[in-house]
Design a protein. Structure first.
Length: 250
């Protein structure tokens, strides 16, 4: 397939999980791909995985300065033209309300909401006409899952951002859409800092809420992102594609 042939693309958080699988599919569709990762280790792994044609850069998704630096590096690497962006980098931290502190709230909001906003701002001078931006949000923005208050709020903010930026940027030929995955089998769950037994209990409770009877696969989200990044979706603006196995219908 060549649905992204000739397109310069960026995937943040592209060194594992949904982001890495999306990078694979973008490359298979003919795109030139840049991905970001938060650590030197993840960047090195992604370089080995994606090969020499992919541009793999280290960046802190919650740092405004890093978003500006990233935009400069992409402008130089891609000759000042970026055609599609998948803003995927994020953190998921779950705590009871009484256990949240200011530092933890700031960390989540910086990575999941503030960073994406300032990345789009920094990329504006190099976004092509037409161009596509896809924001990775979450089904948690729609359901009242206990202990997800700050995470869900940050993702709800991203959904709102997809809608408002759609109206603001469509006149410049920039489409903004969102994907909202439900539970996906990715390394994200292993980063929650929970003991194995507690993780297993949490996974079982989540699985019971999915009518499809299973967790989703990264490829199922990546295929949706390919569609939204491609010209096949050129009349799709401000949309949210929910990929949750029916979880939000319960």
């Amino acid at each position: 397939m060549t649905r992204l042939a000739g397109k310069n693309t960026l995937i943040t958080g592209g060194t594992s999980g949904i982001g890495l699988e999306t990078a694979r599919q973008f490359i298979a569709e003919g795109a030139r791909v840049a991905v970001t990762g938060s650590s030197a280790e993840s960047v090195a792994r992604a370089r080995a995985e994606l090969g020499p044609d992919a541009l793999v850069l280290q960046a802190d998704a919650g740092s405004v300065a890093d978003q500006q630096r990233l935009a400069r590096e992409l402008s130089e690497a891609f000759g000042g033209r970026l055609d599609a962006v998948f803003i995927n980098a994020g953190v998921a931290e779950f705590r009871p309300l009484e256990q949240w502190d200011e530092a933890a709230v700031d960390r989540t909001l910086a990575t999941n909401l503030k960073g994406p906003l300032f990345l789009v701002q920094a990329l504006l001078p190099i976004l092509a006409n037409p161009a596509s931006i896809v924001l990775n949000t979450s089904i948690n923005a729609h359901i009242g899952m206990p202990n997800s208050s700050v995470y869900a709020a940050s993702k709800a903010g991203l959904i709102s951002l997809a809608r408002t930026l759609s109206g603001e940027l469509i006149g410049r030929g920039i489409r903004v859409n969102a994907v909202s995955p439900g539970p996906i089998s990715t390394p994200l769950y292993g980063k929650l800092g929970l003991p194995a037994a507690e993780l297993e209990k949490m996974a079982g409770a989540i699985l019971a809420q999915i009518p499809a009877g299973r967790f989703g696969e990264p490829s199922e989200v990546a295929k949706a992102v390919v569609f939204l990044a491609s010209d096949e979706s050129r009349f799709t603006v401000g949309a949210e594609l929910i990929i949750d196995g029916g979880m939000a219908t319960l």
